[in-house]
Design a protein around this ligand. Sequence first.
Ligand code: TRP
Length: 363
Amino acid sequence: MDNEKKPVVVSGARPTGRLHLGNYWGTMKNWLALQDKYDCYFFVADWHALTTGADKSETIAGNSRDMVLDWLAMGLDPVKAVFFRQSDVKPHAELALLLGMVTPISWLLRNPTFKDQLQELYKAKYKGQEDKMKKAEGVTKQLAEAHGHDADELALHSDMAVLGFLGYPVLQAADVLLYDAKFVPIGKDQLPHLEISRDIARRFNHTFGTSLLCEPEPLFTSATLVPGIDGRKMSKSYGNTIALGEDAKSLETKIKKMYTDPLKVKADDPGHPEGCVVCAFHKLYNQDWKAQEDACRTGKTGCGGCKKLLTELMEKEIGVFRARRAELEASGKVDEVLAAGAVRARAVADKKMAAASKAAGLI
Ligand code: TRP
């Protein structure tokens, strides 16, 4: 059994910097389980970050290191899995180029996340400068009409719709096809991207009369939705996050600010735990969360006490993480791990790339 090759799992994450608890409970905790069960390749999708963030490029390298530090501190293990930076393994770009030769643009234009994200980027770019947006729209509207598009597609004609962004799924296909990924762990929202990877693999094989590329399957992992301190989804763009390694003082401050049941005014008022952010976190960090909820409902505990207990419980876990992170940071291990990971990833990727070049008639 030990000698049997485990199925390959590939997953990447954009370098968003320090992880927050939404990232941890939603995605990263799954990676911990996956590294024991599969032959895992986990990478920092730094080229992907440039597809939508070329104007914020100065943050990419630092964010990549910060994110990998968090990965290691949370227990992801370079002995069990391969960790690397996408841009350190050039075949990702080279295979993406080849795959681009067999990927119809219509598939990419049809990709639902492309248009949605583009709209978001477009609005974000002109946030607070509506006059500029109007001006840009005036120009692009003429263009749009000249090309027979409706006004909804204005963003498509803006300078944000760069080739790299449209081609995002092609690069993502290369990411997984290079390693013969059997599974890609994804949330349901990522399914269209994976479908494109499968379609591209099939089209490559068909075009070049080969069976070189394996179609990856989705691995639906469970995700725990974590609210931000204001009760909305935890997200950097909402400014409502708690970092996986949040500093003790600011953890306390953030918990104090957490949204609670507005009907519970006095400590002994009966409370409603559903929708209360403090209660949501007790569920994650307090083994006796049920008793805590009962105490809230019956007015035996007030929000202040409830928050104080939560602060202690969370600090216990987060404190351990912080110490491990600081130790890792001082050791300089991240650079070592990424360098060694790139060597291991390249060994596999170079071979696949050579075979792909051969299949495509280049060699
Ligand atoms: N699309 C992923 C994200 O937005 C990152 C990513 C890039 C990825 N390539 C991948 C995920 C390959 C899984 C497999 O975070």
